[in-house]
Design a protein. Sequence first.
Length: 357
Amino acid sequence: MKLKDHMKQIFYLTAAIIVASSSLLAQGPLESSHKSALSMPEPGSSSGTEANGLPASAIPPLTQIARVNGVALTQSQLEEEMQRLFPYYTIHGGRVPPSAEVELRQQAVHDMVLHELVYQEARRRKLEVSPAAWQTRLQKIRQGFSSRQAYEEAATKKHGSVAVFERRLRRAMLVEQLWNSEVTRSSAVSTEAARAYYQSHQIQYLRPESVWLQTITIKFPGSAPGEAKQQARKIAEQILIKAKAAKNYDEFGLLAQQLSQDDWRVMMGDHRWVHRGTVTSDIEQAVFSLKEGETSGLVESSTGYMILRANGHQQQRQLPFTEVAASIRKRLGMEKRDKRSKEFEQLLHKNAKVEML
């Protein structure tokens, strides 16, 4: 997944703005109608080098980068939004890696414009944060501090005053309110819809026969001469005696860690549940003939000799709707949210004047 797509998904799936914890004071939701509600750093901090070749710190923070229906978005807000999108900013020396900067900048501008459009639409509709919702949110944030004084000190240090912070918080909640109304709630998937999807896609929820598999492998090159293969087989036969004597998962796993020559050794040789059709036919035949707790003889593959242990066996089973309902609703909900968020964004842009400077 590209960075842009990943960041878009995060933006949409978090209902545009999440301000339900005391970390908001550290993240700094911005004040005016043109600032992001999830910015992390202090205004004016550097984010590397901009597209014009100048270091970001050399560009005046109030330099306009775009206007949304006449409302300016500035360089300072862009830097803050880029830092929000790039959580490892501080460990990269206060810079966005050059390889990610162009794409990150584009995503930051996109999110800033969208956030501003949502806020302006909320104001146009005369939406308000209800007193109950306001007190609930504020109380939840204050609970993250040891005292009212600690909360006020943090708000003042980060935002200049408690009043500024709470004004920014209220703005963020308006954006959240409209986004939830237009996107999140309209993307809800009912149990009936999930059941209908399950009924028409039952084959997706047919779990094939599977075995919980552990292995030990003694490798030989595919083009190895007879002598090399014989030597590998002698080693494998010696290990097989120990593997047959292993009484349980842990004992077999320790042998795999010590003696196996494949990458699975770091996992105690544990492949977890292996389904029919996911391994080669020769290995599959040996695997699915084992009883639970049984260890195979030597099985020759194209890369070496293998010793197999079955720790469990599950027959093919149709997963019932009750087991998969939550995952179906989540999947369908994500698809609906993505579709609806794009539709809503297009609607906001339809009559908007967005100028990139």
